[in-house]
Design a protein around this ligand. Structure first.
Ligand code: SF4
Ligand code: SF4
Length: 91
């Protein structure tokens, strides 16, 4: 089998977009608040590891710092796992 495997919250999947958007939709239907990722701008070093890890392309590097689009973020936590400076939290 080919294709990239993503590790999200300890689980491996080849369809992260489907997995995340389905979870997000179910949360919205149940009225559960989502928790988009937030980057500590003081400690982020702009390495881009989180950009590579994000299955939804929710992170951009601007002015050498990572910025998350909260509307695109699926709260999967993949970026949290790879950040070498522990700069990302799920709010
Ligand atoms: S992985 Fe961490 S340190 Fe690197 S760009 Fe992302 S938030 Fe910043
Ligand atoms: S938690 Fe991080 S990796 Fe997951 S969708 Fe949000 S920004 Fe992307």
């Amino acid at each position: 089998m080919t294709g990239r495997t993503y590790k999200i919250n300890g689980a491996r999947t080849r369809a992260p977009g489907f997995w995340i958007t389905t979870r997000k939709r179910l949360s919205a239907e149940k009225g559960v608040e989502t928790m988009p990722a937030v980057v500590n701008q003081e400690t982020c070093n702009g390495c881009g590891e989180c950009v590579q890890a994000c299955p939804l392309d929710a992170i951009k590097i601007e002015n050498e710092k990572a910025h998350v689009d909260p509307d695109t973020c699926g709260d999967c936590g993949a970026c949290v796992d790879v950040c070498p400076t522990q700069s990302i939290t799920l709010s």
